[in-house]
Design a protein around this ligand. Structure first.
Ligand SMILES: [Zn+2]
Length: 519
């Protein structure tokens, strides 16, 4: 097998003097996974450099491309250099590395590429540099932009400006059968001096079929097991931080994770002078182990009952997602976190962000390929996912019941967080069987908040936190009545649709594959 597509295997037996020939039997199946992969460690891996690859530029003398043996993210890489050369004022320079690939059937595809964009000192404010990707005729960007990264000059007094190495994950949508051309490179709008030059570095290009792995993961979910997790977790009590019921629930949860093959880890911190931990496991990415999505819920609860909806329901979602991805390779890492001390003021998640934000993407020990804290690509928190009975709450689930994906419009990552929320809504349309999802802009009061100024961040809930839950949409919230027995089959089904949505979306984003990728 050489790549993704449809594969047919035929078994036949010709027969001999003693046995008649057997009828041939053919079986066809879909091969998911890697369509194109390049690491540039021993050469350009079939990519070809072209001047003036973007934005209809015509300045080949001010663009060049070189394969470099070192200076990639790891080992070799591809470089594009724009501008410089002399003191002439030049407008519109570009160059890119091109490669064609072939698809045997229409295929939904994600592109992963590491890129670094650097502008030398002395560029003025009307001179910009961009990291660009073109697929066939169209530039691919983070909508509404048509670039992956852009730097605008800061004047003669400034130093060099660089994005540093970033991993870009771009859903290319469904590509038609046939030949396609991918071009990776850069553009410089203007330079006026020999000292003004733009450098684009490219490494680790991966094109994957993005649906088969996600479909396999979602198909492995089990509604009854989702319910049973909630029954068991809430059966030990409300799991107030530091309590015996918290310990009982955490030991059961850790056993489930270990049984699936995970190494259970703890993030230790102090709360009011007492040692506390949050629990996590990590699905390590085969190609980008240094990058991760976070899928989380809070294990602690309150109210003196079972904290079934708040938040045993979210913990069941995170556990089921971890189990579903345990057996499937993913291109990037996924970390599943069960927070402690949410109910006392987001203390577990806040301690995690305070300690670990600066450790993102650090390889330790150097050269080991081990990244204790992979760089955060996005964070999805789940906090109450069962109960949408309207406002004021009705006895039964309302016909318009839905899931609420909220980001925080006032956060510094609002644009990327909205993109993550929209990815979840699209995932809901693809993978959830019964209930829709809507996007809101006032994420608040849960463990995603400490992350909101560091990465794309959303919460998933059964109601909007501020407008609905805060105004009484769930009469069991923080009450002794938040018990497993308080919720109907339809309520659990709403929560199960959240599992389908998050798991399907994260499996797509993380590049889950039904066949292993070769590192
Ligand atoms: Zn909660």
């Amino acid at each position: 097998m050489t790549g993704a597509g449809r594969c047919t295997i035929t078994a036949s037996q010709a027969g001999d003097a003693d046995f008649a020939p057997a009828p041939a039997i053919a079986r066809a199946f879909q091969i998911s996974g890697v369509i194109l992969q390049a690491h540039f460690d021993v050469g350009a891996d079939g990519f070809t450099y072209v001047d003036d690859a973007f934005r209809d530029t015509h300045q080949p003398a001010y663009a060049s491309g070189t394969w470099i043996v070192s200076g990639g993210f790891r080992g070799g890489g591809l470089r594009v250099t724009l501008g410089g050369i002399d003191s002439n004022a030049i407008t519109g320079m570009s160059g890119g590395w091109a490669k064609t690939f072939n698809l045997t059937a229409p295929t939904r595809i994600t592109l992963y590429v590491r890129g670094s964009l650097t502008q030398s000192p002395y560029y003025e404010a009307d001179e910009k540099s961009e990291l660009l990707v073109r697929l066939d005729g169209a530039l691919i960007g983070a909508s509404p932009s048509d670039f992956l990264a852009q730097i605008v000059g800061d004047g003669n007094t400034g130093g060099a400006i660089t994005t540093g190495w970033r991993l870009y994950a771009v859903n290319l949508g469904t590509l038609s059968a046939g030949t396609h051309t991918l071009v990776l490179g850069g553009y410089n709008s203007k330079k006026t001096d020999a000292t003004e030059s733009t450098t684009v570095l490219i490494d680790d290009v991966l094109l994957t079929e993005n649906t088969a792995g996600a479909q396999a993961a979602v198909a492995s979910l089990d509604f009854e097991r989702f319910k049973e997790n909630i029954r068991i977790l809430s059966g030990s009590g409300d799991r107030t931080q530091g309590s015996a019921s918290y310990t009982t629930a955490s030991l059961w949860l850790e056993n489930q994770l270990r049984a699936a093959g995970y190494v259970v880890q703890h993030h230790a911190y102090t709360y009011l002078g007492q040692p506390r931990t949050s629990i996590y496991v990590t699905k390590v990415g085969t190609l980008f182990p240094d990058q991760m999505y976070i899928v989380s819920a809070h294990l602690d609860g309150r109210g003196g009952g079972g904290a079934a909806n708040d938040d045993a329901s979210g913990c069941s979602l995170v556990l089921e997602s971890a189990l579903a991805l345990a057996g499937l390779p993913t291109a990037v890492s996924v970390r599943f976190i069960f927070w402690n001390n949410e109910e006392t003021g987001l203390n577990g998640s806040t301690a995690y962000v305070n300690e670990r934000a600066s450790q993102q993407g650090v390889e330790s020990p150097p050269g080991s390929g081990i990244y204790p804290e992979p760089r955060w690509l996005g964070m999805i928190q789940h906090d109450q996912i069962l109960y949408d009975h309207g406002l004021p709450p009705q006895h039964d689930q309302i016909p318009a019941a839905d899931l609420d994906v909220e980001y925080q419009a006032s956060s510094t990552w609002a644009t990327q967080s909205l993109q993550l929320a929209n990815a979840l809504r699209a995932g809901n349309q693809t993978y959830s069987t019964n209930y829709p999802a809507q996007v809101g802009s006032n994420m608040n009061y849960t463990d995603s908040v400490p992350f909101q100024n560091y990465t794309a961040t959303v919460s998933v809930r059964d109601n909007q936190r501020v407008a609905e839950i805060g105004n009484g949409s769930n009469p069991y919230w923080h009450q002794p009545t938040d018990l497993y027995t308080a919720y109907s089959e339809a309520d659990f089904r709403l929560g199960f649709n959240a599992v389908q949505m998050t798991l399907g979306t994260v499996a797509e984003l993380a590049g889950a594959m039904t066949a292993p990728a070769q590192p």
